[in-house]
Design a protein around this ligand. Sequence first.
Ligand code: ATP
Ligand code: MG
Length: 284
Amino acid sequence: MIKVKNLYHSYKKDDIYQVKDVNFEVEEGEIFGFLGPSGAGKTTVQNILTGLLEIHKGQAEVAGYDMKNISKDMFNKIGMSFEQSNVYSKLTALENLKFYAKLFDVETRDPKDLLKLVGLEDKANMRAGEFSKGMKHRLTFVRSMINNPIMWFLDEPTTGLDPSIAADIKNIIREKNKQGVTIFLTSHNMFIADELCHRVAFIVDGEIKLIDSPRNLKLQYGDKMIEVDYIKDGENINDSFSTILNEDKKKLKEIIDNYEIQTMHSKEASLEEIFIKVTGRGLV
Ligand SMILES: Nc1ncnc2c1ncn2[C@@H]1O[C@H](COP(=O)(O)OP(=O)(O)OP(=O)(O)O)[C@@H](O)[C@H]1O
Ligand SMILES: [Mg+2]
């Protein structure tokens, strides 16, 4: 669905590149996460892949369209939700969606249904300029679904949203993906990437450092240990055991067979810890 080869971008058109030799592919039906700290180049790559910025070097193909020769038809197939809400302040939420729908040559979704999806049905006739940041963000998000895109670009889809709305947005993303929509998700939030993405790319200073599934990364970088909290002779004991060493496995089995287990956890690394290990940088 996306093929990117040796991609470079320089905002000043000089030889200082904000995106450097980026290579990756996104399969149809995949949720692909682009993870990196602020200023890493995530939005720049998304903007190239959605035709908002030109390619300076390299190649990019999106949904079968060559991004060097953008066809208007491509915009009917893709959806883009922006990091910064860019809705029309003087139009109401409903007018914003109705106006946007007119830009497409394909069947579009009912704006009222979309507003309902993100809990804005009661605000349909309120001017977007009077919306809070989170409300504008929801409107921008839902607007990106109006043309039933097969390829959906989401730049920081849950940033600045309260936990319950963020959970709704995550469910919508999962649901769309189940229906076959391919998703390119940009974030510096490792939790959303871990929860939603089939694969993630780590990007720092415009360069991709690694691409893999969150599961593989956690298996590769996590400690092969299990931490157990159990009660022995009325006393609460906390201990860790290797999941590789036979001796430890035996001890663990003995504890499970004989004592009351309170909690038991595998000590997998979080994506954030892995990111720091791999790139030497934090995610903010
Ligand atoms: N319009 C612009 N003109 C010049 N430089 C820019 C412009 N937009 C971004 N940059 C620079 O390009 C680099 C990458 O920025 P980008 O917005 O792609 O980062 P990001 O990974 O999306 O960060 P964030 O997590 O803060 O959204 C940064 O060094 C930034 O200063
Ligand atoms: Mg960004």
